[in-house]
Design a protein around this ligand. Sequence first.
Ligand SMILES: [Zn+2]
Ligand SMILES: [Zn+2]
Length: 438
Amino acid sequence: MNMRSPSTRSADQVLVNLTNLLPDLEALYTDVHAHPELSMQEMRTAGLAAERLRSAGFEVTTGVGNTGVVGLLRNGTGPTVMLRADMDALPVEEMTGLPYASKVKSKDRDGNTVPVMHACGHDMHVTWLAGASKLLAQARDAWSGTLMAVFQPAEETAEGARAMIDDGLFQRFPKPDVVLGQHVMVASAGDIGGRTGTITSAADSLQIRLFGRGAHGSMPQASIDPVVMAAATVMRLQTIVSRELSPNEAAVVTIGSLQAGTKENVIPDEAVIKLNVRSYDEGVRKRVLAAIDRIVNAECAASGAPKPPEITTLDSYPLGVNSEVASQRVADAFRAHFAAERVRHTGPTSASEDFGSFGAEWHVPAVFWFVGGTDPGTYAQAKAAGEVNKLPSNHSPFFAPVLHPTLETGVETMVVGALAWLGKDGAAAATGQAEARS
Ligand SMILES: [Zn+2]
Ligand SMILES: [Zn+2]
């Protein structure tokens, strides 16, 4: 049964202006793409976002968490919906060959000059949110409540959501009834993927310093060798996933860096390990992190280390969990608006996001979903050949979402998602659909 719900009528009223807005959004996208900025340096992008919100009639606050922008549009009584887009780019040299490809080089925080590219599609997210904000502002008769547009810095370094929260996001702005976010991904452009429950993995990066005692290479008895200590630690850490988790649980422990010593006949006095953990369940995450702590300390004790190891968190992304009731409400709204075959159920991704911090720490439901950005023909061909993994993915120097229908789809999903709460007959629509299902 294909019911046109009342919330869809609200969406139609808001989206009627989308076609006219597209050339402007295309210009914004190509401009932001050609001018990418590293994490916590998003001054220009934040300026563009703020300017657009202001001209659409939002109350705008800039500099929230360094470069973050918050726009509020109060439009009568009703729920508050927060829509979030991240703004930062990556130190990647663009190889797409697009006419609007980035040639930008910039200084990272260590002072190194690095190429910069929107290799994760956050330029698309900025454009989607600018578009949805504008359309909702243009059609205020179609909805009621408060719209809160949040442009977040530094997602790629897991700092941005934290910085906005630490800068008083929860105290300075109204508490939303729901937080919505989306990401462009490898999938047929215009397709939407979502799920209830875990949507993005938790990620924890640690640096571990192991202390030994340096000595001449010919006198091992005078040393406590941190190289042997580190080697034993690395091997033992690999038993966490294989020996401590059940076959039904999933986690990744990758030791991406192991450094010690300068010369073959000098036993150094310390070794440094850097590792990354991914997990899909808070219980598993806690157990893996506790096991790392236990093993590292025990290996140092086994070596007779002169002092305990120093374990530092480099970054930490929370588990992204879609609230059951809210994600069902978004899915119902998507199914009422889009053709059924475009709204797909997806598994949790091993990618991580700091979007989860907003809902988890504010104690409000959050929903995150994916919008495909790969040319549909290219995607279908790759799928038929079993070569989807060969398509340029997020963070690749070749990552280049096709403009259409990626651009309009992400604007539509944001509008339709927001209207599931703000639409004038949103509640009636939800009830009607619940009855239709029962
Ligand atoms: Zn990314
Ligand atoms: Zn991203």
